[in-house]
Design a protein around this ligand. Structure first.
Ligand SMILES: NC(=O)c1ccc[n+]([C@@H]2O[C@H](COP(=O)([O-])OP(=O)(O)OC[C@H]3O[C@@H](n4cnc5c(N)ncnc54)[C@H](O)[C@@H]3O)[C@@H](O)[C@H]2O)c1
Length: 331
C-alpha cells in the first residue's frame, strides 16, 4: 500500500481558514455528542532543554477520521536554533485497516486549527458586535488567531498588538499589514494593559508561566481566548478573572491538567465545578454559550487531537484532488 507524504508547505498551500473553521466546528460538535475517542494527550518533558513533546491520537467515529499527532513546544527554539517553537508531524490512519494513509507536516495544521478554535469560540461566546481585539503575544499562534477572527467577522475596527519583544510585535504588524490592513487597523501597543483595556475580544498567546493579564483591566462583556497555556504550570490570566467569568474549555481533563485553569485548580482557587461547559457541548447546543451582553466569557484552548485529525483529513482530500504530494511504500 502507498502512503501519501505531504510537506508542511504543501499542506499550507491546500488549506483555507474558512474550511478549517468549518472542520474544527464539526469536530467540536462530534465531541459534544460523544462520538469521538480521544485519550488526553501524553507528555514527555525535556527539562534540561526547556521543551516538551506530546502524542495526540484520536478517532472521530461518525466521520471515520483517525490520526496521531506528535508535537513539541520548545520556547527557546527561535533564538537558539532558528526553529519554530512548535513543530508537528501527523500520521493519518485508515480506521478500516489501521494503515497509515498519509504522513504530513503538522506545524501549519496546528497553527490553523488553533486559530480556527479561537474563531469557533468567538462565534459562540463573544458579543456579536465585537470590533476591537487585543492580542497579547505576537508569535505563530497570534497570526492564525487573527486570521480566524477576521474570517469569522469579515472586518474588525482595531487590533491592538502587544509582545514583550518589541521586534516580534513590529514584525507581526509588518507581516499582517499587507494581508489584513484593509480589514482592520493594526495598532502596536506598549503594554498588556493597553492591549486588553477596551477590547471586545482578548487573545492571549504567550508561553507565560505567571499571570500577565490583570483583573482590573477586564470589563463586563469581554471574551477572552486563552491560547498560550497548554501544559502544566502555564498561565496568563490572574485567577480573579476566571472567578468572574463563564469558563468554557475544549476538553475538561486536558484543561484541568494543562489549560489556563491548571494552576488555579492545582492551588484550590478553582474546582471542576467552576467550568461551565466544553465548547463541543455549546456547539452541539447541549449548553448555552453567551447568555447576556455583560457576561465575561473565557475559552481555554489546550488543543485537541480531533482538531488535528479533521484538518489533516481536509489537507489529504485536497491533496488527492490536486495531485499534490509524493506516494511511497512505508508498510
Ligand atoms: N492552545 C493550543 O492549541 C496551542 C497550540 C499551539 C501552541 N500553543 C501555545 O501557545 C503559546 C505560543 O505559541 P507560539 O507558537 O505562538 O509561540 P511563539 O514563540 O511563536 O510566540 C510567542 C510570543 O509570545 C511572546 N511573549 C512571551 N512572553 C510574553 C509575555 N509575558 N508578554 C507578552 N508577550 C510574550 C514572545 O516574545 C513571542 O513573540 C505557547 O505556549 C504554545 O505552547 C497552544
Amino acid at each position: 500500500m502507498q502512503t501519501l507524504l505531504l510537506s508542511d508547505s504543501e499542506v499550507k498551500s491546500l488549506l483555507s481558514m474558512n474550511e478549517v473553521i468549518e472542520a474544527v466546528e464539526l469536530a467540536f460538535k462530534e465531541k459534544g455528542l460523544g462520538r469521538v475517542q480521544m485519550p488526553a494527550k501524553i507528555y514527555l518533558f525535556y527539562k534540561k532543554y526547556n521543551g516538551d513533546l506530546r502524542a495526540m491520537p484520536s478517532y472521530l467515529e461518525e466521520l471515520d477520521i483517525s490520526a496521531v499527532k506528535i508535537v513539541n513546544v520548545h520556547p527557546d527554539n527561535r533564538t537558539k536554533y532558528g526553529l519554530p517553537t512548535v513543530m508537528a508531524t501527523i500520521v493519518l490512519i485508515d480506521p478500516k485497516s489501521g494503515a497509515p494513509i498519509a504522513i504530513m507536516g503538522g506545524t501549519t495544521i496546528t497553527a490553523m486549527r488553533t486559530g480556527a478554535a479561537g474563531a469557533v469560540a468567538a462565534k459562540y461566546l463573544a458579543r456579536k458586535n465585537s470590533k476591537v481585539v487585543g492580542l497579547v503575544g505576537a508569535g505563530a499562534q497570534a497570526r492564525t488567531q487573527l486570521m480566524g477572527l477576521l474570517t469569522l467577522y469579515g472586518k474588525l475596527e482595531e487590533v491592538k498588538v502587544y509582545d514583550k519583544v518589541e521586534e516580534a510585535r513590529d514584525k507581526f504588524i509588518a507581516e499582517m499589514e499587507p494581508k489584513y490592513g484593509n480589514l482592520c487597523s493594526l495598532i502596536p501597543v506598549g503594554s498588556v494593559k493597553e492591549a486588553v483595556e477596551g477590547a471586545d475580544i482578548v487573545v492571549t498567546a504567550t508561553p507565560s508561566r505567571q499571570p500577565i493579564v490583570k483583573n482590573e483591566w477586564i470589563s463586563p462583556g469581554m471574551h477572552i481566548n486563552c491560547i498560550g497555556a497548554d501544559a502544566p504550570g502555564k498561565e496568563e490570566l490572574e485567577p480573579e478573572i476566571l472567578k468572574r467569568a463563564k469558563i468554557i474549555v475544549d476538553d475538561i481533563e486536558q484543561a484541568m491538567h494543562s489549560g489556563e485553569i491548571n494552576v488555579p485548580i492545582s492551588k484550590g482557587i478553582l474546582t471542576e465545578q467552576d467550568i461551565w461547559a466544553e465548547i463541543g457541548e455549546v456547539v452541539a447546543k447541549i449548553k448555552p454559550g453567551r447568555e447576556s451582553e455583560e457576561e465575561i466569557t473565557i475559552f481555554t484552548s489546550t488543543g485537541l487531537a480531533i482538531q488535528d485529525a479533521v484538518t489533516a483529513h481536509l489537507a489529504y482530500k485536497k491533496a488527492l484532488e490536486k495531485g499534490i504530494g509524493k506516494k511511497i511504500e512505508i508498510v
